[in-house]
Structure formats: C-alpha cells, structure tokens
Design a protein. Sequence first.
Length: 196
Amino acid sequence: MIAAVGHADLCPDTLELVESEVRARVERWAGNATAVVRAGAGLPVAFGRAVHEAGGRLVVLLAAEGAVPAPLPQRDRTAAGELLVLADRAGLVEFDPDDRGACIGADEWMIRTSRRLLAVWDGSPSDGRDATAHLVAYARARGLPVDVVWPEGATRDRGSLRHLRAVGSAGGGGSAGRAPVGTAARGDGGDVRHPA
C-alpha cells in the first residue's frame, strides 16, 4: 500500500505536473500498485486520477462520525465524488475534516498502515497550516521508504489554507485516525479493510 500526502495549496498548473509525475511512477511500479489517499480537493484528485490511469488500485478514505460518513466541507464534496468513482475500495476513518490536528492524525494512521509514502513536498518545514514535512519525518522515523515529488516549475498558493481550524495537536487526538469501517466503493458489500 502506497499512501499519498502533500501540500493542500498547490496551484492548478502544479496539480497537472504532479498528476503526470505520479502516473509515471505508478507505471514504473508495474501498474499493480495499490494506493491510498484521504478524500479531498486538489492533490488527492490528481493522485487518484494518476493511479487510475496507470492501472493501479485506489483506496479512498473518507471522514466519519462513528460508522457513517461525516459531512464533508463544501470545497471537498465534488472531489470526493470523483475519487469514489475512481476508487476500487473506500473506507471511513473517524476525524473532523475541518480540524488540522484530526487531519494529521488520519494521515499518520494512513502512513502507519502503508508500506511506502509518496509525498508532494517542496522541502519546506511544517507550519501552522501545512504538515507535509511532519508527515515525511513521521514516515521516515518508521522506516518507510519516502518518494518525494516536486516537479520543476511547481508552485503553491499559500493563501488557500485559511479554511483549516488549528484545533488539536500534531499527533491527532480523540477519535482521529481510528481504523476504517464501511462498505466497498464499488458495491461488493464486503467490509472495508485498509490492507497493510
């Protein structure tokens, strides 16, 4: 399982560059890679499209309240719909998608249950709104191979993260990052499990 994380404030042209680079990497992994991403706009959609087009399998994680999907922020709803169409499987993870600490906790859980991390990262340190550097360090501290993607010409829109509440801590808290529950995205009726 390959987890994907990265900056949430990528410019549209950068998302196209990232999608192309990720597609090439998945194809090099013989196209049989299984990848997991937390549903959201921007990078998750570019990643999901690239994995799908390269012939890989996609697992999409959605925010949950208990055993039911949580309402997504308006900015992520269309993206989540596209990701579910592309997905081979879907899972629910308890976290508040508007809480930065809870999102980090969900990403840490996703990393802990994966064998590799693909990080779309410009090398900048984590700050009050972006935790990509933290997640890269988290994966490396657990011995996971980390593939960093930052295509030439990539840029960020640093003003686009104002929607995140800085509630919680970098380690997550409460219910953030619990194991997924739910049903398969393509209707096979089985329990969703995030394979390690």
